[in-house]
Design a binder for this molecule. Structure first.
Ligand code: GAF
Length: 387
């Protein structure tokens, strides 16, 4: 956990003056409902107690001076410069700053010191945490009066415009809107949401990071989105009012999509069934039926692996191990996939024996270590200090 005086001091060391604002925004987990957000479906994420922190101060010369402690890298440029040549972490910061500038002319330059403990490239949305914390801090610094939802949407827009990842809104929404000890059931069609208290006194959440780095920018993510959109377009030829997979039945997929592409049919069917699994998971949670929730998570994993095809050997190995351990009530790959973490719901106090059992087997099989990460459900973006 980064201390306030540390962050202030680091900024002072880097920029020779005190910051005006310290802020933080969290990474996220997702219990179930993967790849459904950009299909206007349902997701069930929560913010976690891992954050990207920022210390910012105003500049009036329309320049930005940035320092990333995680990358030990500096980036300095006029605010208006094309960020194409900037290092990847800086693109997120510049991207959202430029979008805010477009919307709110009063934004001038700024210095920012960035540091965090959200593992990078692990599917915990460090990038959403970075855009959200930047948007959140600049909103305060320049009194832009943006809502948390607007900040989340600008974060998503940054991913689309500056990074080229056509992501949904789940990650940014969770980072901005998270609530301690609550899951967020978000409907990505109309952005209505409700908090679901996560009374998990008998369970703990353990993430197992495969340390296989996924790159969301990899075309595979955008390909999945394109496949789903193609499926919708084919059904729309027959039912013009249809907007997304949310409005489509499996029977319609069978009739209009399957004959043209079994591959696209399988991807679309996964999304429809994943939305249903999420609804069932919410009923299980309300009834305190964790056994059922666990079964749904395992089912979701194998569908992500075999049908949506976004898993990898390392993730599948960890889920098989979880299925063979009776103290793990549910587990699945989490986030965009192709690496990153599994999420495991485990009987309280039993995560250590599970780690001890699975870690050496993982190392023996793949030749590198996994990293266990214990997380708790936390609040979304917040101001730490204003000077
Ligand atoms: C990534 C994306 F950024 C999210 O929008 C979501 O699609 C997720 O993958 C998969 O559920 O984290």
């Amino acid at each position: 956990m980064i201390q306030i005086h540390q962050l202030k001091g680091l900024y002072l060391e880097q920029f020779g003056s005190n910051p005006a604002i310290l802020a933080k925004s969290p990474g996220r987990i997702n219990i179930i409902g993967e790849h459904t957000d950009y299909n206007l479906g349902l997701v069930l994420p929560a913010a976690i107690n891992k954050y990207i922190y920022i210390a910012v101060g105003k500049r009036s010369d329309f320049k930005i001076h940035l320092y990333s402690a995680d990358y030990t890298e500096t980036y300095r440029a006029p605010l208006a410069d094309d960020p194409e040549a900037a290092p990847i972490w800086a693109k997120y910061v510049i991207g959202i700053a430029q979008i805010l500038k477009r919307e709110h002319i009063k934004l001038e330059g700024f210095n920012a010191y960035i540091i965090g403990d959200v593992p990078l490239g692990a599917g915990l949305s460090s990038s959403a945490a970075l855009t959200c914390v930047t948007g959140f801090a600049l909103n305060h610094l320049y009194n832009l009066n943006l809502s948390r939802l607007e900040i989340a949407k600008f974060g998503q827009q940054t991913e689309h415009e500056n990074i080229g990842v056509k992501c949904g809104l789940m990650d940014q929404f969770a980072s901005c809107m998270g609530k301690k000890n609550n899951l967020i059931k978000l409907d990505c069609q109309d952005l209505s949401f409700k908090y679901i208290p996560a009374d998990w006194s008998n369970y703990e959440i353990l993430l197992l990071n495969t340390n296989v780095h996924h790159s969301l920018a990899s075309s595979a993510y955008n390909d999945r989105r394109a496949a789903c959109e193609q499926g919708v377009a084919w059904v729309k030829e027959h039912h013009s009012s249809i907007q997304s997979l949310r409005d489509i039945s499996i029977e319609q997929l069978e009739r209009y999509v399957k004959p043209r592409s079994v591959e696209i049919y399988t991807k679309c069917k996964f999304i429809i069934q994943e939305n249903q699994r999420l609804q069932d998971a919410c009923i299980s949670l309300t009834m305190g039926d964790f056994k059922k929730l666990g079964e749904l998570m395992f089912k979701a994993h194998w569908a992500l692996s075999k049908e949506y095809e976004v898993s990898c050997d390392e993730l599948d190995f960890l889920i098989e191990s979880a299925e063979n351990n009776h103290e793990v009530i549910g587990a699945r790959m989490m986030g965009g996939g192709f690496g990153g973490c599994t999420i495991n719901i485990i009987q309280k106090g039993r995560s250590q024996p599970f780690i001890q059992e699975v870690a050496p087997k993982f190392k023996a099989r793949f030749g590198f270590e996994l990293t266990p990460i214990h997380v708790a459900i936390a609040d979304g973006a917040s101001l730490i200090q204003e000077y």
